[in-house]
Design a protein around this ligand. Structure first.
Ligand SMILES: Nc1ncnc2c1ncn2[C@@H]1O[C@H](COP(=O)(O)OP(=O)(O)OP(=O)(O)O)[C@@H](O)[C@H]1O
Length: 949
């Protein structure tokens, strides 16, 4: 984006160069001629002064008829006489001063060279003071020149005024000091510096003389650079000289502040160097915060080990304020956190090395296993209900925890596994043959996958790039920073770039605005800035929490893709204990952004088509599949598009088949509301406040040998003689991809159900993820917004859409392809996140991995529940009841009496419009009072006529 501008600059320079090199313009010609004349005058003046003869006729002398001796002739004689009369012997300096003065005035200046009037004023004052004091000093100290006073008339006047008061010595002193002041005013040279330098020279001269007198040869004292090196290379005593040489060269090359840190003995030298004006950097350097690349381990298919102690003290270096690239580098060296092969034990073994080893290495899932009973509950050989908490299972869990299964049990289990797999293969082969007979292309191939040995899906299932371009071009970034400042200055905004944060997709330049500049001015210029910087879009971050700066986010020339494997492997995700932890992507500094659905507790995802919503939703689902077993989290997926979520069909986490029919969708939501109410009753019966507390209480009771029975069970509810045991409650995540479709088809009912769920479902462990590509107010209604505080906005087309989702602009300036703004619950500051990318292959790999672990246990009533009035939840009304017309009863009376059920009849009789009349007749039809219209459009009145007395 900046290459174009560079070309422009080059063009301007070229055209300017050609014209200015050979020919002068009008004013320049005049100035140059003036300079030539001034030099001529100086030469003539010097000749006249040096060949002056007092016998020549002049202003102060009279001579008759004699020859003129002055080489300047009559004019030279007159001029020299006058100058000697005024300035005395100092008149000899006049030709030189005149030449210098005319050069200063007439020399060529560049157009941008400022004329500092203050500076010129002081210089002029300096010249005047120097002349006056020099004349006075000459008048006191030198002999007269011919018949002129040695200080001229100026010196005469000054001394005649001051000597009566100050005497000769006093006058000389005053004049000397004033001369010194005049010198500083003219030249800007400090007398203190002169004294310092003189002192230095004197001391070094004195030392030199002393050394000579001692008769010793020249001794060069070199700084002891090897001293600090011993700390680093403790045992390397053989090479101190080489090391010291290396260090000397390095410190000579880079005399910066880090040398002072590395080598205390060099600090004085460095300080001295800094004092020299030549040693100071010419160009302003910017503070570039280079993000830490800790994901190198991903490229090596490995997982880093972290200790909790380190985690507590850990502060991402990329977020350290004002840290330069060298400081970050040193910091990394000090903490020794460059990835090394020894630190990554994961490289050495393959995923098939054995389950025990994998179980140990995948320590991040340990806590999940602790909470959860065996995953084998979901295996096809296990016919027990999904989350049964029967005593047998509890027993099994206890046995598992002891990690000492009997050998014969294991052998038996393996034989069973083999049998079941063989049987399954036979059945699927038979099914496939039947389908293939009809049409081979319609055949749905059910792969029989081998059961994975690892307890949870591993990172090998996801794509991770072999090589990554992490190079950050400091110079280019600094150039851009200067360009940003210049472009803002073009718009009359004075701002300074204080920090630069390069990230994987964008770079944030933090600006310090000059006092009085409103941030809204920059915001309103975001489009113009994008244009003038030739960028795709520029986002202005008006408030950066904790900083007094404004952020300007520019897209990088080359964009890096943030892969799911990068973020899943991040410390934040692996350390998170919650089963509902979801990955979003990376922030602008490349740090993983991870959220917990329990805290959200519901999230609204919106963005135009192709902005990356589906990928974003997939990433959230995959992260939960990496984190939790079906015992912890269950999904209900609603997918009107029939494409996006159907890939998950068959994973054991599903509570129902992926819902594609919108009527079923409202049933599913209604089931969720019912489940929420049931959970609330259970939780209040057990005296706990949330699902976590409930599950912990169940576990504790089972461990104590007193499993809890369902307190809500009444005799007759089931055939059992006693209440069944309570089961562990999994979190339920309801995912709706294209929520707008649901609203369009089912209407207000959905809004009501969602609002009801969103209000109360948090404690019941039910969470909603709603995605839509139509961020309009009729889809994201006030009721829904009020109840879903966490929002994610992908690219949208207008600022209004952005406001609809986030209540603030910004999403319209995103870059697409997963670039998002995340508004956490209860915050008004959005966070820019580059969404993680999961390809279809990644999704299939994880889905197949879970499918191989077990089959889902669908609850049929979720989708195919009764849709009649009995299925309504308490407080819910049938659609038809909601809008019964106030005239309904009168119309019934009229229709039944007149035996005519036509719309026009009702219209005429009650003087109402067609629409209203038609609606009432439809209601009559729904109630069975009139029949459906016949072939001629007439309706038959079905209700019997009223009985008359
Ligand atoms: N995080 C990402 N990184 C890189 N590319 C991405 C990312 N997310 C999405 N994309 C790219 O954008 C394309 C569209 O993404 P996606 O299908 O998720 O969009 P969408 O908003 O769901 O569109 P629609 O609403 O039409 O389904 C993807 O095929 C992918 O190439």
């Amino acid at each position: 984006m900046f290459r174009e501008n560079k070309k422009k600059v080059q063009t301007i320079v070229k055209t300017g160069e050609q014209s200015s090199f050979f020919r002068l313009n009008g004013i320049e010609r005049l100035k140059e001629c003036g300079l030539i004349l001034a030099v001529l005058a100086s030469v003539l003046l010097a000749v006249s002064l040096f060949t002056f003869s007092p016998a020549d006729p002049s202003w102060s002398q009279t001579a008759w008829g004699s020859n003129i001796h002055n080489a300047g002739g009559m004019l030279g004689s007159w001029l020299a006489d006058t100058l000697f009369f005024i300035f005395g012997s100092l008149a000899y300096c006049i030709p030189f001063l005149f030449t210098i003065g005319s050069w200063v005035v007439l020399r060529k200046r560049t157009p941008d060279e400022p004329v500092d009037l203050m500076l010129w004023g002081t210089r002029l004052l300096g010249v005047v003071i120097l002349m006056i004091t020099s004349c006075a000093l000459a008048d006191i100290n030198f002999d007269d020149l011919w018949n002129f006073s040695s200080g001229g008339v100026i010196g005469d006047v000054i001394t005649s005024l001051s000597i009566p008061t100050l005497n000769v010595l006093g006058t000389t002193l005053v004049m000397l000091f004033m001369w010194g002041a005049g010198f500083t005013l003219l030249t800007g040279i400090s007398w203190l510096r002169i004294v310092e330098r003189l002192g230095e020279k004197c001391i070094s001269g004195f030392q030199w003389v002393l050394n000579r007198m001692r008769g010793e040869g020249e001794q060069v004292i070199t700084p002891n650079l090897t001293e600090p090196q011993f700390d680093v290379v403790q045992d390397d005593t053989e090479l101190p000289e080489a090391v010291s040489q290396e260090l000397t060269t390095a410190s000579e090359q880079e005399p910066d502040e880090h040398d002072a840190l590395l080598s205390p003995s060099m600090s004085s030298q460095a300080a001295e160097d800094n004092d020299k004006p030549a040693a100071q950097p010419l160009e302003r350097r910017f503070n570039i915060h280079v993000p830490e690349r800790r994901n190198e381990a991903v490229a090596q298919q490995s997982e880093p080990q972290y200790s909790y102690d380190e985690e507590e003290e850990y502060e991402p270096r990329s977020k350290q304020l004002n840290a330069t690239i060298e400081q970050l580098d040193m910091d990394a060296r000090e903490h020794n956190d460059y990835a090394s092969d020894e630190e990554l034990p994961w490289d050495t073994h393959s995923p098939n090395d054995g389950s025990l080893e994998d179980a140990q290495t995948l320590g991040k899932f340990d806590d999940i296993e602790d909470n959860a009973p065996q995953i084998s509950n979901f295996d096809i050989i296990d016919d027990e209900p999904t989350f049964s908490a029967s005593p047998e299972i509890e027993q099994q869990t206890v046995v598992d925890e002891t990690l000492a299964p009997a050998a014969d049990e294991v052998a038996e289990q393996q034989t069973q596994d083999a049998d079941v797999t063989a049987f399954q293969t036979m059945v699927s082969d038979a099914q496939a043959n039947m389908a293939a007979e009809q049409n081979p292309f319609l055949m749905k191939k059910e792969e029989v996958l081998p059961k994975p040995t690892e307890p949870m899906p591993t990172l090998e299932l996801l794509y991770h790039p072999e090589k990554r371009e992490d190079f950050i071009d400091r110079d280019a970034l600094e150039d851009i920073a200067r360009l940003v400042e210049a472009k803002l200055a073009d718009f009359k905004i004075k701002a300074k770039v204080v920090d630069i944060f390069p990230g994987p997709v964008i770079t944030r330049f933090e600006l310090d605005l000059a006092p009085g500049v409103k941030v809204s001015r920059i915001s309103s210029l975001s489009m113009d800035l994008a244009r003038s910087l030739s960028a795709m879009a520029v986002r202005v971050v008006e408030v950066i929490p904790g900083k007094p700066y404004v952020g300007l986010e520019l897209p990088n020339m080359t964009r890096q893709t943030v892969y799911l494997s990068d973020v899943i492997n991040s410390e934040k995700f692996t350390k998170s204990k919650s089963p509902t932890t979801v990955v979003l992507g990376q922030d602008i500094a490349g740090e993983a952004v991870v959220a917990d659905l329990q805290k959200m507790p519901h999230v609204l995802v919106a963005g135009t088509t192709g902005s990356g919503k589906s990928v974003g939703v997939n990433v959230m689902i995959l992260s939960m599949l990496y984190k939790s077993t079906p015992e912890d989290v269950r999904f209900i997926m609603i997918d009107p598009k029939m494409l996006e979520l159907s890939v998950y069909e068959g994973i054991p986490h599903l509570l129902a088949e992926v819902v594609t029919d919108m009527k079923d969708a409202s049933n599913a939501l209604r089931w969720c509301v019912g489940e929420m109410e049931r959970r609330y009753k259970l939780m209040s019966a057990l005296g706990v406040r949330n699902v976590k507390g409930f599950n912990e209480k169940l576990k504790a009771a089972a461990a104590a040998g007193h499993p809890i029975h369902d307190p809500l069970w009444r005799e007759g509810d089931s055939m059992d003689p006693e209440p069944p045991l309570l089961e562990k409650l999994p979190y339920i995540v309801v995912i709706v991809d294209e929520f707008a479709d649901l609203m369009m088809v089912v209407g207000k009912k959905v809004e009501e159900l969602i609002a009801r769920l969103a209000q109360k479902a948090r404690a019941a462990g039910i969470h909603l993820i709603l995605a839509t590509q139509r961020p309009s107010v009729d889809v994201i209604t006030g009721l829904i917004k009020a109840n879903i505080p966490a929002r994610i906005a992908f690219t949208v087309s207008t600022k209004t859409d952005s406001r609809t989702i986030l209540d603030q602009g910004g999403a319209e300036s995103l870059l697409g392809m997963g670039d998002m703004l995340y508004l956490p619950a209860g915050s008004s500051h959005t966070e820019r996140v580059h969404g993680a990318f999961a390809s279809d292959e990644d999704v299939h790999a994880v889905v197949n991995n879970w499918k191989a672990r077990g089959k889902p246990n669908y609850i049929d009533e979720i989708t195919s529940g009764d849709q009649g009035p009995e299925a309504l939840l308490p407080g819910e009304k049938m659609d038809s009841d909601e809008e019964v017309d106030p005239l309904f009863d009168q119309v019934v009376e009229h229709v039944v009496e007149s035996r005519r059920g036509s719309v026009s009849g009702v219209q005429r009789r009650f003087k109402i419009g067609y629409n209203r009349a038609a609606r009432i007749i439809e209601q009559l039809e729904a109630q069975g009072i009139v029949s459906a219209p016949g072939h001629n459009g007439n309706r038959e009145v079905l209700a019997p006529a009223p009985i008359r007395d």
